[in-house]
Design a protein around this ligand. Structure first.
Ligand SMILES: *Cc1c(COP(=O)(O)O)cnc(C)c1O
Length: 428
């Protein structure tokens, strides 16, 4: 079938946008494909520029937990837009949004809204350094926290996909302050705190990793991080940009019963518009300007359209008590069905799933950290990706990402997907 329009658009895009894309993984290089240009979406489905239909398991990389073009989100946008798009002055919508966030996320007393997940983590790190008066930070191999300088060290997501160790443009003096340790390895964190006694400002972690493929925390990992940071006077930052409102209204911290000092949010809380947020304990958040001395700002922060879309999305999630259970069932049926069918065809696969995020690894597993994720057969994943896409199933164009389901996906969509996968596993 024809992909002429996508191909033509990509040719044009490559002349005027580096690599033809505004975020690297979208270029589909690691799976040996060219990107599809998307024309529209509805519920669980998207249509490309050539009119071909796909079941979407990317969901704009996480935000679209309610599916595409959800009526509540569109209505909120329409209504808000009619009164103007930005004022650069406080609005009641920002209060609504902040209240929703502090009500839902257990550890948050106060929150500041920004425009992306990158801004949220970058600002949270600055705040942690400001509050502790320390410079070093600890992150984990394969976790991705956006593209700020300090955090582009052994990062996941596109950095993992493209096999880049760090990035030119990040000075050694800055990267040298970031320690990247193996995920799920508490001993390594303990050793770091001993070696750099009194120098570590913060440990930032994806409480469930989603950017090296899905990797759940070992049972003692997150409580151990909480204890070590407390003992050594460092702050614990949960980067819940993916997990926030995906693993439940309270994110991973509510699921595992933990109380981080700071939490970063993004993706779902914008309802598909560009938003991020970071928040936490009052004593820490009060150090932000203009109340305190740690500077952080944004011309479009708290933008009315983004607030309206995010509020509508969160209220829709909150209004339906059975919603997260249904998401979990859909996700489990998909993840388990894929593993079972692949194994039946003799393929060496394993899977990780938490809530509505999962990854099928072409790797016998178990996948518990970045090193074990990297043992995956990415060439085979590429073949799988291309064959699925050819048959109308749109997966993330990388082995090292999460498969996301939305409330618009049901068991019918899962069955359709498994039937397609069954055909492909036979000759993969
Ligand atoms: C997507 C993501 C980010 C970055 O968010 P952007 O909005 O892309 O800047 C940060 N942390 C995690 C865990 C993410 O998945």
């Amino acid at each position: 079938m024809s992909q002429d329009n996508s191909r033509k658009l990509f040719e044009e895009a490559r002349r005027i946008i580096p690599g033809g894309v505004n975020s690297p993984v979208r270029a589909c290089r690691s799976v040996g494909a060219e990107p599809l240009f998307i024309a529209r979406g509805q519920g669980a489905r998207i249509w490309d520029a050539d009119g071909r239909e796909y079941l979407d398991y990317v969901g704009s990389w996480g935000p679209l937990i309610l599916g595409h073009a959800h009526p509540a989100v569109l209505a909120a946008l329409g209504e808000t837009m009619a009164s103007g798009t930005s004022f650069g002055a406080p609005t009641a919508l920002e209060c609504d949004m902040a209240r929703l966030l502090v009500d839902c996320v257990p550890s948050m007393d106060m929150v500041r809204l920004v425009n992306s997940g990158t801004e949220a983590t970058m600002s949270a790190i600055r705040l942690a350094r400001g509050v502790t008066g320390r410079s070093r930070i600890v992150k984990f191999d394969g976790c991705y926290h956006g593209h700020a300088d300090s955090l582009l060290v052994a990062a996941g997501s596109g950095v993992a996909t493209l096999g880049i160790p760090g990035s030119p443009g990040v000075p050694e003096e800055i990267a040298g302050l970031t320690l990247s340790l193996p995920y799920n390895d508490l001993e390594a964190v303990r050793a770091a705190f001993e070696k750099y006694d009194g120098q570590i400002a913060t440990v930032i972690v994806e409480p469930v990793a989603g950017n090296m493929g899905v990797v759940p925390p070992r049972e003692d990992f997150l409580p151990g991080l909480a204890e070590l940071t407390r003992t050594h006077g460092a702050l614990l930052i949960f980067d819940e940009v993916i997990t926030g409102f995906r693993l439940g209204l309270g994110g991973a911290q509510a699921r595992y019963g933990l109380d981080p000092d700071l939490t970063c949010l993004g993706k779902i809380i914008g309802g598909g518009l560009p938003v991020g947020a970071f928040g936490g304990k009052k004593a820490i958040m009060s150090r932000l300007a203009p109340e305190g001395d740690v500077y952080q700002a944004g011309t479009l922060s708290g933008n009315p359209l983004a607030m309206a879309a995010g509020r509508a999305a969160i209220e829709t999630l909150r209004a339906d008590p059975g919603l997260y259970d249904r998401l979990e069932q859909t996700s489990a049926a998909l993840a388990e069905g894929l593993i079972e069918r692949a194994r039946k065809q003799g393929l060496e696969v394993s899977g990780n799933r938490v809530g509505s995020m999962s990854t099928l690894f072409f790797n016998p597993g178990p996948v518990t950290d970045y090193a074990s994720a990297l043992r995956s057969d990415t060439t085979r994943y590429g073949r799988f990706y291309r064959a699925m896409r050819e048959r109308g199933v749109y997966l993330a164009p990388s082995q090292f990402e999460a498969t996301m389901v939305s409330t618009a996906h049901g068991l019918g969509e899962v069955d359709q997907t498994l039937a397609v996968a069954d055909q492909i596993f036979k000759y993969l």
